[in-house]
Design a protein around this ligand. Structure first.
Ligand code: 6A9
Length: 724
């Protein structure tokens, strides 16, 4: 692609930042190759996209189109393939366990499609699977189910309607197959056009019947398909046109399972096996995620299961490299590596994000810790020699096509909050991480921590600075962004300088030191270094000295800020999520004036309190709901975000148990905030069928992209009986 053609220069081996950290791979340390997650719905940016967890994979997927509707009646793509918000479809996994099965529904205007994915572990290569498609409603739909080979294999699917058909589990009205080639796996997008040209409307008369003209289409470029050249990926597409309601099965059998397979996964056996797994899923769900009495009804349970299932069903597997850049050097490809990760949104951001993943795995680890450990090992294997992990994982051409150029390149000095440690901390304290696994991860976590503690330090001892704010861009943006912090446009010092320092990062470092110290003890190693830093970073006197603004009665960043028309170095008086961090990380002493002031800020409807959750920026803040540029609407300047609200509820729970002058206030706020959040996210789900990226502070409506079953799905943990 033109985007990267000038970037594929040979790597300079002396550049440490382009090499993986020099300790044994965490992924490889996982107890022998576990095949239970080999096949999966890992192309989660598609309505139904399957692949294996291997570098090169046979891909499978499905698309469909509305034959009967005139084009202009259909929203979005005429060919439904990639998840696209413009299609205005309601879709998502109702149940998905990440290992055995998933049940998804997709709602078109006049009909509904169920995609039921089920696996059977036989043989040594991840076993068999079947996709059963069932529809309800009226009208006719043409489905196209396809397979794409990696560049080594080839498909031997006999063509023609009268030959024995290896994909013959279709129950169809019209059933056609054809070949095509994709010269590049990642340009599978072109497949839509190709299939479209062949399917869209071109019918011929045959025996007084209208049939698609490609019925007996000869393979187009298949002269040498038995010896495909390495660039080519062979594609076979099977199309089925049926009248609703209808159903068909696509059954994949792994040859290595032939001697073990009692029955193929089709027909009655499929239905029985699926029913068995669904029952088991509900049982396991109920035992691992116990909902409070008031949420134990059908509707809440369905919501909770859908939230978890979409998080798990959205997990993707990628293989490729980021494009990275060290300050002052040219953009270079990183090494090729796999990533198994949940994604914030299947439609908009179907790829990995570092700080999102820590929140994702807090939820996933409740249901299946093995999945979380697997993900964390993959993420921590991405550490380079310096201990850096790229924030946004845009690993292949398909991912790069979705992202505008300036956002693709990852700077090697750029951080993102170390939330993976939140998930790890949970796994360690709940004894779900085995000692050997921790042993394998520990050197990586140490290296990551040490990268933070050397590259992100501020101008004076005990201070930390997010690198990478745009110095000198204050005339272009209302307030130059801090993407690395995760709270992109939350206002900071008006004029970025090298010597500003940030409150939230200091608090993240306190948390990191605390978690590392705990892990060291668990492994019987010295925790001295971490304990010392934890104590220093949690010292309220030191914290207040650096970040407490006595006049504004709040904590703040420090930097060059315009104040009464003058530019001065001072504490930056904005009010919102950043100000909560010492409270969120439970650093504040329970009888401190600072805790009291923070709780007041939370409870004040002119500041953070709304009936739907806490606002990201106070209503009273001068930048409340302000655009950053003409093209950049307010994002973290008022909207309600669930990840921070989740941390807030847990901090309130914590202070609710701490005797002191603010205990009762914390208790009241915890109860009310929890109720507001659950009530609103649930109401939106009922009304729209989706969990959203963020919620409006004025009426609670879901906003931004959807489905966003990333951290917003943490609502489920707020519904739990036992507090986190
Ligand atoms: C650039 C893509 C059509 C923004 O959830 C992922 C991140 C969070 O980590 C971050 O905290 N989101 C939050 O402020 C989404 C970021 C997406 C960037 C994509 C343009 C265009 O796609």
């Amino acid at each position: 692609s033109s985007k990267s053609s000038n970037l594929n220069e040979t790597q300079n081996d002396e550049n440490a930042y382009l090499q993986p950290l020099d300790v044994p791979s965490a992924v490889r340390s996982l107890s022998k190759q576990d095949m239970s997650r080999f096949w999966g719905t890992y192309r989660s940016g598609h309505y139904l996209g399957l692949r294996t967890r291997s570098e090169k994979s046979l891909l499978a997927g499905m698309m469909w189109l509305n034959n009967k509707s005139p084009r202009n009646e259909i929203h979005g793509d005429i060919f439904r393939h990639k998840c696209n918000q413009d299609n205005q479809l309601k879709y998502g996994w109702k149940e998905h366990d990440g290992e055995n099965f998933g049940v998804q529904s997709v709602e078109e205007k006049n009909y509904k499609i169920w995609t039921k994915f089920l696996k059977q572990q036989v043989g040594g290569h991840g076993g068999d699977w079947t996709v059963k498609v069932e529809t309800e409603g009226t009208g006719t739909t043409t489905f196209a189910f396809y397979f794409v080979t990696d560049s080594d294999g080839y498909l031997k699917v006999p063509l023609g309607h009268d030959s024995a058909d290896e994909l013959d589990k279709f129950v169809e009205q019209e059933n056609t197959a054809f070949w095509t080639y994709s010269d590049y796996l990642n340009k599978i997008t072109d497949l839509e056009d190709d299939v479209m040209r062949r399917l869209a409307g071109e019918y011929i008369e045959l025996n007084n019947q209208k049939v698609p003209h490609f019925w007996f289409d000869e393979p187009k470029y298949d002269k040498n398909y038995r010896k495909p050249n390495h660039k080519n990926h062979q594609v076979v597409v099977h199309s089925i046109t049926c009248e609703h309601p209808c159903s068909f099965e696509v059954n994949f059998n792994s040859i290595s399972g032939n001697h073990e397979r009692k029955r193929p996964l089709v027909g009655e056996f499929f239905d029985e096996e699926l029913a068995r797994h669904r029952k088991n899923f509900k049982r396991v769900f109920g035992s691992r995620i116990k909902l409070q009495e008031e949420f134990s009804g059908e509707e809440h349970l369905e919501f909770a299961m859908a939230a978890v299932s979409n998080m798990i069903g959205g997990i993707g597997y990628y293989h490729g490299h980021s494009l990275v850049q060290k300050k002052g050097e040219k953009v270079t490809p990183n090494w090729d590596a796999p990533l198994y990760t949940a994604v914030p949104s299947r439609s908009f951001f179907p790829r990995g994000f570092l700080w999102d993943e820590g929140f994702h795995q807090l939820l996933v680890s409740r249901f299946n810790p093995k999945i979380s450990i697997d993900s964390l090992c993959h993420w921590l294997d991405l550490l380079n020699k310096d201990g850096w992990i790229p924030r946004e994982q845009i690993l292949d051409e398909e991912a790069r096509q979705r992202v505008p150029d300036p956002f693709i390149v990852q700077g090697t000095d750029r951080a993102n909050p170390p939330t993976l440690l939140l998930a790890l901390d949970y796994l360690v304290s709940s004894e779900k991480l085995e000692k050997e696994q921790l042993q394998a991860l520990y050197p990586r976590i140490k290296a990551w921590f040490s990268w933070f503690n050397t590259t992100q330090t501020g101008p004076i001892s005990g201070t930390y600075t997010w690198q990478g704010r745009h110095i000198g861009s204050e005339n272009l943006e209302l307030n130059p962004k801090t993407l690395t912090s995760g709270l992109d446009d939350f206002p900071r010092a008006s004029h970025p300088t090298k010597d500003e320092y940030h409150l939230d990062l200091r608090c993240w470092m306190a948390l990191a030191a605390q978690v590392l110290g705990k892990m060291a003890i668990k492994l019987g190693q010295s925790n001295y270094e971490y304990l010392q830093l934890e104590v220093e970073l949690k010292d309220n006197t030191k914290l207040n000295k650096l970040h407490w603004d006595a006049e504004e009665k709040q904590f703040s960043d420090f930097g060059l800020h315009s104040h009464n028309v003058k530019l001065v170095r001072k504490l930056v008086p904005h009010t919102g999520y950043i100000q909560l961090f010492p409270f969120l990380m439970k650093i504040l002493e329970s009888d401190s004036e600072q805790l009291g002031a923070t709780l007041d800020m939370i409870a004040d409807p002119e500041k953070l309190w709304t009936d739907f959750g806490l606002r990201s920026l106070a209503k009273s803040d001068p930048m409340f709901n302000e655009r950053n540029t003409e093209h950049d609407p307010p994002y973290w300047r008022g909207n309600i975000w669930i990840n921070i609200n989740f941390l807030a509820v847990h901090a309130l729970d914590f202070y609710s148990d701490e005797p002191g002058p603010y205990q009762t206030q914390a208790q009241t706020l915890a109860t009310r905030l929890r109720q507001n959040l659950i009530g609103n996210v649930f109401r939106n789900y009922k009304e729209t069928g989706f969990i959203w990226e963020n919620y409006s502070e004025s009426d609670g409506k879901g906003q931004g992209c959807h489905p966003f079953t990333g951290w917003s799905a943490l609502t489920v943990l707020l519904m739990e009986e036992t507090k986190f």
